[in-house]
Design a protein around this ligand. Structure first.
Ligand SMILES: [Zn+2]
Length: 228
């Protein structure tokens, strides 16, 4: 049924309601047909309508559902909980690995980690914040910024954007730039994003993009990019 929003408005509220009913009725019939075809158990509960019992795609136990669509995957609450827990554990584990890798790389680069002690501790206590430290290079970058006593806000929301690092005293938005997605399209989008961020923060702000290759080669030298 291809009714545009405009034609529905023209038809008025009554027609819209009728259309909604028609769509609803169609969905119910479809669901019922598919349930019968796929041998899905269902019962008609007075006052509640049809309740379906499709199987959980993970454990095979029955799941209660008010609708049925054969294209949908059903998951029981228990399996949902387990999946969520596993994903969380995986996230924590991945970040721990990232942190260890960043430390290793930094040590290879600079030798002595003593000047970085405060930085390492600060990153460590904030490591598992959601959305923070999305890459090994972001961690190394944070080590270097903090070691240089630069005030830094990580993963800062700026209207609809998110900046890797905001350095308020230097009026710099620092982005860690991976090489993989760099074509003219992303460049163009980056240009628009940078322009909007500058308009929000002020024309005296700068966006500095630090390629991950620089960070991995010698993160200390990236500090040169922050100088005006
Ligand atoms: Zn299950």
């Amino acid at each position: 049924m291809a009714y545009s929003r405009y034609s529905i408005i023209k038809m008025g509220a009554k027609a819209e309601n009728e259309l909604r009913w028609a769509n609803c009725a169609q969905e119910v019939t479809m669901g019922l047909k598919e349930a019968i075809k796929n041998k899905i158990k269902f019962t008609d509960v007075p006052g509640r309508g049809i309740v379906y019992f499709p199987k959980c795609h993970l454990c095979g136990n029955e799941v209660q559902s008010k609708s049925y669509n054969e294209k949908r995957q059903y998951t029981c609450n228990r399996c949902k909980g387990i999946t969520k827990e596993l994903k969380n554990e995986e996230r924590v584990y991945k970040k721990e690995i990232r942190f260890a890798r960043a430390l290793d790389r930094l040590e290879d680069m600079v030798g002595n980690l003593t000047p970085y002690e405060r930085a390492i501790n600060l990153v460590k206590v904030n490591l598992h914040r959601p959305g923070w430290f999305a890459s090994t290079e972001e961690i190394i970058m944070a080590f270097e910024l903090i070691k240089n006593n630069i005030k830094v806000i990580h993963n800062q929301k700026i209207k609809r954007y998110r900046a890797d690092f905001v350095l308020p005293d230097l009026k710099i938005v620092l982005e860690v730039d991976g090489e993989k997605y760099h074509n003219s399209d992303t460049r163009k989008r980056e240009g628009i994003r940078d322009g909007e961020i500058i308009l929000i923060l002020g024309l005296d702000w700068r966006i500095v993009r630090v390629p991950t290759a620089y960070i991995n080669k010698d993160v200390r030298k990236t500090m040169l990019l922050l100088k005006r």
